[in-house]
Design a protein around this ligand. Sequence first.
Ligand code: HEM
Length: 572
Amino acid sequence: MKSLEEEENLQKIGGMEVLFATSVWLISTIFTGLAILGGILGYLYGPYWGVRRVPGPPTIPLLGHLPLLAKYGPDVFSVLAEQYGPIFRFHMGRQPLIIVADAELCREVGIKKFKDIPNRSIPAPISASPLHQKGLFFTRDARWSTMRNTILSVYQPAHLASLVPTMQSFIESATEKLHSSKEEEITFSTLSLGLATDVLGQAAFGVNFGLSNTHSIGTSIKGEDNDDEVSDFINQHIYSTTQLKMDLSGSLSIILGLLVPILQEPFRQIFKRIPGTMDWKVERTNRKLSGRLDDIVAKRMKDRERGSKDFLSVIMNAMESEAVSKNVFTPDYISAVTYEHLLAGSATTAFTLSSIVYLVAGHPEVEKKLLAEIDGFGPPDQMPTAHDLQHKATNQMLLFICSCLLVNQLSSFGKTNLPMDFVYLSVFQMQAIKEAMRFYMVSPLVARETSRDVEIGGYLLPKGTWVWLALGVLAKDPQNFPEPDKFRPERFDPNCQELKQRHPYAFIPFGIGPRSCIGQKFSLQELKLSLIHLYRKYVFRHSPDMEKPLELEYGIVLNFKNGVKLRVIKRT
Ligand code: HEM
């Protein structure tokens, strides 16, 4: 029999064992808890830690600086640049962006250190959309450079020039409806979106969407041959594009992706199966859109007789003649890159055309000079050629100087208005376009991501840092653009002091370096042609129904919240 003492000892040992087991459990629970907390904090604050030395406003957990975006809207980066200088941190949820708001630093990121920063970061709305990921915009490294080099062949001057008649015919039908002796009010931004989408539809796919005939976007759109397929396609394109929101108004998975990116994909997989949710609709639309695009590509691939005028044909012909591109341009990439042209080119060009016409409507002195230049292109029924668009004004100027020399009246050169107006306007048509693009910069931020550790503006940025160039802030910097809120095309006159003193990279609406916009010449050609056609016959005035100043909203690019409403007046 055990003595009482032994039993007490056994009980003590048992108690100690329980205590020990409890302590081990408690400690391991605490450590697990701490590890989970550390993991969560590491996940949420890890990206911040690497760039913590870059200045920036205090952040709100999870939301980051999104409330500032809600408070200031598109101006938020100008406000922060004033406070924190040319390079600062802005947190989209947990994701820090290093915002570069200085022309020289933009040159460093976009050009000088391109090999360290060659790709774009992929924001939440895009990572939820495979359709939008395989275009040129978001492909990376070697695949990107092969794709870009092949696509560049499409932008040879000869090919662009061959597109002039196509562009003209769409512009004509878009402006046909304006034919009316009485003054008429229109939502110009709707007209310009229809026009730009039609031009791109024809140029990219060789398909006539027929939007310019109806002036209605998203409703009762019919193709040339009454094709409901076309109308569906366009509705899907517009829906899919407008859902790519950069604020907190997108689908649930996109909002989660902005706040906690790791949750985006699992939640997208769940929500896309729940009928009625925005994720479900976006998924359905994108699937249909991809299916249609793949069909078009497959059909065209079989078609030996394909024409060589549209982008899709050119890219397939190039692909067939180059072994390298074949592996890069698989059918899904061809669909994506072709679709991307519609996406990247329509909203941007349409927005720019609307802003020019809106701004000119509010500035009669600018309008007068523009009309003088446009009337100088020749009689209203004479169509300008691609060559005219680039050289006509210069030629007219030379002709004038020659005639002055012939009649020995060079002194009259300075007295008459004609050639000076031409200088002002030929360059001016460009000056007006540039100034409108500066005033309302359609793509005020462009994205980059570091591929290795790199030093920018005195800060060492780790590999994987998102670096965004604030083109919109540069365009409103009073050092480069005195009185930045005034619309003054003359500030782009090559002879003016303001331009001579300006940093060469202060105005870069098409981006910078090897990743700059591939469609720049295409859109400028379309803009110039559209302006010539419009102003030969009409002038525009602001509608009394339109808010002042115009309200803007952030999508993948900037947009007019309530459209641009204008009164059309036929010129006599
Ligand atoms: C006014 C019209 C336009 C503006 C303001 C504009 C602006 C831009 C900007 C700012 C970028 C980013 C550049 C960078 O990251 O440095 C870009 C890229 C791009 N744009 Fe445009 N764009 C316009 C029209 C077009 C058109 C008409 C097309 C196609 C026909 C197009 C296709 C593209 C593509 C494919 C890229 C990606 C280039 C690459 O990553 O290699 N854009 N655009």
